[in-house]
Every structure is written in C-alpha cells, then in structure tokens.
Ligand binder design. Structure first.
Ligand code: NAD
Length: 386
C-alpha cells in the first residue's frame, strides 16, 4: 500500500477542518475518499464548501461496507467515538479518533480491547503532543533533569466560551449529548499532557466541580482538583470556560529543579545540588541551594492536527511509531471522570477509579437532565481554538 484512503465520520466543525487539509493534499500518502454524517444538512454543507470530490454517506452500514476506505477519522460528538472505533476495527480499518477517547472509561476500555485484537493502527487526535515545547519538557522529566517530581500545578483558564458557543449544537454541554463540560470538551488536551509529560497517574483525587456556574448549561464550567501520587507528589488542576482574560500556566517542581510553561515559553531552574542533599549537609540555618535559570532551546514547529494525521498515515505505511497511541486515550479520560465523580460523591476518589460507580452517576444525571436545546446547529470555524 502506498496511499491510505481515509473516510471521515462527522463533518461538523472539526471534521470539516480535517477535510480541508486532506483535500488540500497536505498529508503525504493519504487521500480523503469518503465522508459519513448522519445529518444530511452536514453533507450538504460539505459539498457546498468542497464540491463533489468524495463519496458521501448518511448510512453507516453503507459507509463501512463501501470498500472505499482503509482508515477512518472519527470526528463525531464524544459518546459515539468508542462504538464507531469498534465498528471500524470489525471492518478491518485503521482508526484515528478525535479527543476525548469517549465519555466514560468503561466504553473506552472496550474500544481498547477491540483495538488489541487487531493489527490495525489506532491513534488519538492529541494534537498538542506535536508541540515541540511539550516534547522537550517530557524529555527533560524523563531524563531526570527535574529529579523526583514533587508538585504539579496547572492553571488553565483560557478556554473562554460564550453562551452562543454552547447554543451552536444541541449536544453541547448536556449530560446526554456530551457527558460533561470543560473537562470533557476543552481540557482533554491538558489532562492528556499532564500524565504524558510526567508519566504519572495519581493514587487519589479530591475535586470540586461547579455545574452551570457561568452559563446556562448543566455540566461543569469551573473545576479545582487536588491529586496525590505514590511518590508523595501532589498536583492542583484548575480550569474554567467562564473567565477572561484567562491563564495557561504549568509549573512542575522536582527535587532537582523547577519548570514553568507559560506564554509559549519553557523556563527551567536547575539546582546545583538536589534539595535533599543540600538539606543533609547545610548547617547555616537560613539559606537554600544555588540554582541556575537555563534557557531551553525549542526546535521545530507545532504541526497540530495535520501533524497527528501525518504520523498516523506514516505509522500505517512505514511503521513509524505513533505520537499518540489510541490506547493512551483512557488515561486523560480517567482523570476527567475522577474529577466529576469526586464532586458528585463529595468525597475522595481512589485510582483505579470505580468505573461502574461513575457510569451509574452519569446515567442518573442523564435521566435528571432538564436542559432543552431548541437552537439550530451552526458550523463554527475551529481555527486557533485548540
Ligand atoms: N482535537 C481538537 O482540537 C478538537 C477541536 C474541536 C473538536 N474536537 C472534537 O471533535 C468532535 C466533534 O466536535 P465538533 O465541534 O466538530 O462537533 P459538531 O457538532 O460541529 O460536528 C459533529 C458532526 O458529527 C455528526 N454526527 C453525529 N453523530 C454521528 C454519527 N453517529 N455518525 C456520523 N456522524 C455523526 C453530526 O451530524 C455533526 O455534523 C468532538 O469529539 C470534539 O471533542 C477536537
């Protein structure tokens, strides 16, 4: 095979963005050959914008049976990600899945099990993993430059969303349509990076989600979470869609130094000797270890969504290692589920989380949902929103 024929499932905001760069020929070794959308108006909008250049389907079975595709890119609302991926594996197709991996870990576990039974390539659209700054930070942490990690603080409040955004699609910010708010829609990127950068998952977490605090929505739009790790490290994660101007500041401290990522810059302070070593030998009372601020050169461009799609295609054609293996999607989702569950039960959540309990609580919220959306679907330009 020297060309991967891709079929996109869901051509709303994000599916249209993926279609554009694929139709522009931006991905070497891949073509867009088909699209599937259950809404005929979305198909109509697609052909109006791009012309009749690919096969279009509203019927799922016909799409999967068409023989026109080797791989799917799933860009539907989150609840369907896992079931569509499972169906694609059953039809011997490679899968690139939009974030989040799903809404609850139980369904994502089933998706991962289906993936493990095939030899097909499975990747997640974690486009922020293509950012060379985060790649460098991960390398620093893995090489031990920070020493033992002690504290992770992420203040990510620059996901501002107005009411008109929430009104732009009936599924948005509802328990039945989306299964959450800022944690499941905007923050999957940071929740993934949080564990990917450090290689650590918490042992327990306590979180405080506020639901519909700033907008007429039923899901969380303000979150403060505190986590503890096996090695004694702690973390705080704060996010909202209701504040502006927002902040995106990540600070990670270890016993050999500290990094701060803010405004597209990576700043690194390294201790001359580790803090425990200093503490053991220092006799002067007040005083602290000497430290240097080091400029970390960041080389390369953030290739974003096309970068992940190219990596996925290269994995199929050349065996290139995946930047965002699909099976890893469950990790960030576990953090998100844990934050909601801790708020719902008003208690600590231990890891691994009780998937069944989370699922039951989510079902209760779906049943009690009172939000009725009567607004028409609007396709928004997602450029620069991720
Ligand atoms: N990686 C990123 O940076 C990024 C950015 C935006 C959105 N997303 C993700 O993309 C997904 C879609 O978001 P969006 O903003 O494009 O939504 P959207 O509502 O604009 O588009 C979704 C489309 O999927 C179609 N659809 C729904 N169920 C379907 C099904 N079962 N089969 C086929 N088509 C179906 C809808 O008719 C609609 O056209 C979400 O999971 C979202 O989290 C990712």
């Amino acid at each position: 095979m020297n060309n991967v024929r891709i079929g996109i499932i869901g051509v709303g905001n994000m599916g249209s963005a993926h279609s554009k760069y694929l139709l522009d020929g931006a991905i070497e070794g891949a073509t867009l050959n088909a699209i599937l959308d259950t809404d005929p108006q979305a198909i109509q909008a697609f052909t109006t914008r791009f012309g009749e250049r690919v096969a279009t389907f509203v019927d799922e079975e016909a799409f999967f049976q068409s023989g026109l595709i080797d791989a799917v890119l799933i860009a539907t609302p989150h609840y369907d990600h896992a079931s569509l991926a499972i169906k694609a594996f059953e039809h011997d197709l490679h899968v690139l899945c939009e974030k989040p991996a799903g809404v609850y870990t139980k369904q994502v576990r089933e998706m991962n099990e289906a993936a493990s039974k095939t030899d097909k390539i499975f990747s997640m659209m974690y486009n922020q993993r293509t950012n060379p700054l985060y790649q460098k930070l991960r390398e620093l942490i893995q090489d031990g430059e920070l020493g033992e990690i002690r504290r992770i603080n992420w203040l990510i409040t620059n996901w501002y969303r107005s009411q008109s955004y929430y009104n732009s699609g009936g599924w948005r910010a509802t328990w039945s349509g989306e299964g959450g708010g800022v944690l499941i829609n905007q923050c999957p990127h940071q929740l993934d990076l949080w564990q990917w950068l450090t290689g650590m998952m918490p042992k327990r977490m306590r979180a405080f989600c506020q639901f519909g605090k700033y907008r007429e929505i039923e899901v969380e739009d303000d979150v403060t979470a505190y986590a503890e790790y096996d090695n004694g490290a702690t973390a705080v994660f704060i996010t909202t869609t209701g504040e502006t101007p927002g902040t995106n500041r990540l600070e990670i401290s270890g016993d050999r130094g500290k990094v701060v990522v803010e405004n597209g810059k990576l700043e690194f302070w390294q201790l001359r000797v580790s803090e425990p070593e200093f503490n053991q030998t220092y006799t002067g009372g007040f005083g602290e270890p000497e430290s240097w601020k080091i400029d970390i050169p960041i080389k390369g461009e953030e290739t974003e969504h096309p970068g992940i799609t190219q990596n996925f295609v290269d994995a199929i054609l050349k065996g290139t290692p995946l930047l965002a293996p699909g099976e890893e999607g469950i990790k960030g989702l576990t953090l998100s589920n844990a934050m909601q569950l801790s708020s719902w039960t008003d208690d600590w959540v231990e890891f691994p989380i009780d998937e069944e309990l989370y699922y039951q609580h989510l079902q209760d919220r779906i049943k009690q949902s009172t939000v009725e959306k009567k607004t028409a679907k609007v396709t928004l330009d997602v450029e620069g929103t991720y």
